[in-house]
Ligand binder design. Sequence first.
Ligand SMILES: Cc1ncc(C[n+]2csc(CCOP(=O)(O)OP(=O)(O)O)c2C)c(N)n1
Ligand SMILES: [Mg+2]
Length: 361
Amino acid sequence: MADDRDLLPSEQPVQLLDASGRPVDDPDLPFPDNGRLLAAYTALVVGRRVNDQAGALVRQGRLAVYPSSHGQEACQVAASLVLGENDWLFPTYRDTVAVITRGVDPVEVLTLLKGDWHAGYDPYAHRVAPQATPLATQLLHAVGVAHAARLRGEDTVVMALCGDGATSEGDFHEALNFAAVLKAPVVFFIQNNEYAISVPLARQTAAPSLAHKGIGYGVNGERVDGNDTPAVLAVLERAVGAARSGGGPQLVEAHTYRMQAHTNADDDTRYRSSDEVDPWVSRDPLVRLEALLKRKRVLTRARREEITGRAEAVAAAMREGISRDTDPHPSELFAHLYAEPTPQLREQAAVLADELSRESD
Ligand SMILES: Cc1ncc(C[n+]2csc(CCOP(=O)(O)OP(=O)(O)O)c2C)c(N)n1
Ligand SMILES: [Mg+2]
């Protein structure tokens, strides 16, 4: 049995940066080096541009829907940057920026939201599971993959993402329980952005923090300022290390904020005011990290321009790729559902083929 005091998170979310981007000393946590911080900054700038470009593509009718992680990019990029090649990422619908930070082409990711091709990308190519929309279901899959890897003797850690609302789902609790019993190498990473669509956190839970939810299952909990990129990197790095070295599953809660509406289908002015949203503008993870890098003199003007140029190139490729019209054949509806199609699906495919051939007569 683990000592329960060791399982509890720190009293306050861990910080390595103050509000103005000045480093805060934490004797227990190594500060990420400059190379790591610059890689994170680059991914943050690209991620912000991808979020904003996807929003514009929705308004142009090119994407049906986009759940933006604008303001949550520190969590997004850190969740991917702390993983190695053999590790797996299990993202949700809001985690497009984490997925692209792992190397998946944004156009492939977004074809799902355009509605013209299955899951959009090959999960095995970058070890990124499909983005899950049914809340918390991916957490059980993540535990299964981590457990299987361990049985095979593979060096694999699984990063399983979810939101604050998802922690009220039964699947969240089942996943934590079995991960702990099986000592599966999983990091459960909750992005607490204060809302589950229109439901604020106070209506979601009475727990002292979401990281406290680990203790009942024997899982280490930690909480971190989710808009503080160095802290999210350091805390997740430590959690991944603990999971990799046999320490069992880890639970990390990042305190962040959903800056925009849930999706374009939501009107957030119906349940929150700008008085609440505005203070978060000054806690923008991008602004805080940029202030740190300028202070450390590692972000020169030339480097900044080069990174911005890279982000613009990604956005241009998105516009081009997503705006390309495709004309999928109706029979593709049945492709890739099962390795071996069921008799019912074979029958339905045959009916469709027959109808199509009569239409073309
Ligand atoms: C099992 C299930 N129930 C309900 C929904 C509808 N739904 C979609 S997103 C959402 C809110 C989720 O909030 P949270 O977990 O905090 O994630 P966030 O959207 O804030 O990233 C709900 C209730 C769903 N997708 N799946
Ligand atoms: Mg939420």
